[in-house]
Design a protein around this ligand. Sequence first.
Ligand SMILES: [Zn+2]
Ligand SMILES: [Zn+2]
Length: 133
Amino acid sequence: MGTAYKLNCKHCTYSRDVFLGIGFSHMYLSSILPIIKNTEARQRITAFISDESAKHDSYEALFVCGKCNNLHNELFLQIKSNSDRYEINYNCSRCSEPLPSEPLEELSPTTTVLTCPNCGKKKLDITSYMDWD
Ligand SMILES: [Zn+2]
Ligand SMILES: [Zn+2]
């Protein structure tokens, strides 16, 4: 259901694997909960599990730091209920800048332009190599 990508920089040795999309564990809030490490986020999500009006949108995504271009392959999660809403947010592990709330859900080898977080040059080579679940 999801897709795995390999990112490579032609200018330096930067290389990494990224997994994007929806997996089986994203279908229920109760199965997302064990993935969440942040205590405050866990408490927020737990409150929605017992709320029957809660609907969520969740997938593995790529968050690109707007300040230092660092790439974060993290869980995207947005929950809405009749009385409340919640969206998960992250800070960049390298420069502490809040990451954008709109992550990339898919990468296109031809049109997605990512700056190398290591050397700062454009653009990373993107190869999609398999589906995962
Ligand atoms: Zn950053
Ligand atoms: Zn590079």
